[in-house]
Design a binder for this molecule. Structure first.
Ligand code: ADP
Ligand code: MG
Length: 450
């Protein structure tokens, strides 16, 4: 075998595969992979998260191994290391460690903290709350399916659990299952791998209540989505209660077939909006009370004023304050609040991120230098990351397309618009791209705040 370093070997693999799988896919999926070591007929690679792992394994494994064989003249197997568990990437949307052993319908899988009584009702979520409560009193009757959508950290998961907890209490024999779409897909794939699709099917199809969280992560059109559709149909024909949550309305779930989307809309579709100031204050009060944090009113109001769009962050901030008070033995004041809030201010969705930060993080991710990012080369290796960066600038920086174009070495604003549309289309086409983007965004935010 040649004396290539693992990184060089990987680079060779990439170039071999480029004509076969296309530059876009190479840049998106293979470039972020780090080859770490190669010995004993084994190439160890590090992938950013389990989405990458699944996607690469499912789609490119064979080709990669083929390329390795022809480059090295011997069989080389791939061994993956997942840099970060998906859970830490997505679950901005998921406060709960969702247990994987859901084979039994045990109570433990519903987080008991999330109930109707711990949910603060305001104008932003009144309808969602009322529907959820009605369902918990008469599951499978009127509002079926219930499709709940809204931004991250606005209480969707909380309401799903609240429904589950209330039904369990009222109807102890009901078979209630909370799951996420990601988990559904994983379990389905496992069931195929271990030759047990029937067990999987009968488990899901015998439910009385299915609470399916974050359906936007269901993935590309494929067998899992088909399987989900069957499950959905069986349950809804048997008039079993189905509750679905998503970060976007049904129509924007592009991974799903239109006929499926129209089924989602059969029952009731409700959105949750960001809470108004009054509700944010009420949530903080309730949380402080639950956690027994003593915190003056003006401090609560200050937090509620600053953090507008995400209740999870609101809570995180309160917890930080509580810890601060406990550690220092001091009373919390608005000044201290401002100090603690500094971090949160820039991570709140409203606050813009500098174009330079975006350029830097994207350049690093794709192993480009900044000059190339701002330069005029149109080779795919450069153009694609540049478009990704432009797209992210459009969504995160608050700068105009003209300003963004200028920051990329004086490009025209139409170039920026084109990039935005292109990446947007890719994100809509497959959730894997959108997951990769989410991860980039997370890294960018971390960098901006550090
Ligand atoms: P989502 O699933 O929409 O991303 P979550 O349900 O995980 O959001 O909510 C994030 C956090 O905010 C959770 O800790 C949840 O308990 C809390 N939360 C959200 N909405 C409310 C509310 N109306 N009242 C009290 N707590 C809330
Ligand atoms: Mg959630």
């Amino acid at each position: 075998m040649n004396n290539w370093s693992p990184a060089d070997l990987w680079q060779q693999v990439i170039e071999r595969l480029r004509p076969e799988i296309g530059s876009d896919n190479v840049e998106l999926w293979l470039r972020p992979v780090e080859a770490q070591a190669c010995d004993n007929h084994l190439l160890r690679v590090k992938v950013p998260n389990s989405f990458f792992f699944d996607h690469i394994q499912r789609n490119y494994q064979r080709q990669i191994e083929g390329a390795l064989k022809s480059l090295a003249g011997e069989e080389i197997a791939l061994e993956y290391q997942v840099a970060r568990d998906l859970k830490s990437v997505l679950p901005k949307n998921d406060p709960v460690e969702t247990p994987s052993a859901q084979a039994e319908f045990s109570l433990s899988e519903l987080n008991p903290r999330y109930t109707f009584s711990s949910f603060v009702v305001g104008t932003s979520n009144r309808f969602a709350h009322a529907t959820a409560e009605a369902i918990s009193k008469a599951p499978g009757k009127q509002y079926n399916p219930f499709f709940l959508y809204g931004g991250s950290g606005l209480g969707k998961t909380h309401l799903l659990f609240a429904i589950g907890n209330a039904i369990r209490k009222e109807f102890p024999r009901a078979r209630v299952l909370y799951t996420t779409s990601e988990q559904f897909v994983n379990e389905f794939i496992d069931s195929l791998r271990y030759d047990k699709p029937d067990a999987f099917r009968s488990r899901f199809r015998s439910l009385d209540v299915l609470l399916m969280d974050d359906i936007q992560f269901m993935g590309e059109k494929g067998r899992s989505v088909e399987e989900f559709f069957h499950t959905f149909n069986v349950l809804s024909e048997a008039r079993k209660q189905i509750v679905l949550s998503s970060d976007r309305p049904p129509k924007e779930l592009v991974a799903f077939d239109p006929r499926m989307i129209s089924r989602f809309e059969w029952g009731v579709v409700v959105d949750i909006k960001p809470p108004d100031l009054e509700t944010r204050i009420a949530i903080l009060r309730k949380k402080a009370e639950l956690e027994q944090i003593s915190i003056p009113n003006d401090v609560i109001v200050r937090i509620a004023e600053v953090i507008k769009t995400n209740i999870r962050e609101l809570e995180g901030c309160l917890t930080k304050m509580g810890a601060f008070a406990a550690l220092t033995g001091s009373h919390l004041t608005v000044d201290i609040a401002n100090e603690v809030l500094k971090d949160s201010i820039s991570s709140d969705i409203d606050s813009p991120i500098r174009v330079e930060t975006i350029q830097k993080v994207v350049a690093e991710k794709y192993h480009l230098d900044l000059k190339a990012m701002k330069g005029h080369s149109r080779t795919k290796e450069v153009a694609m990351p540049r478009q990704v960066a432009m797209y992210l600038c459009c969504t995160l920086s608050g700068a105009s397309t003209t300003e963004i174009g200028r920051a990329f070495g004086g490009k025209d604003h139409t170039t920026v618009i084109h990039a935005r549309k292109k990446i947007q289309a890719m994100i809509e086409k497959d959730t894997f791209t959108s997951a990769a983007m989410n991860e980039l965004i997370e890294q960018i935010r971390v960098r901006e705040n550090s």
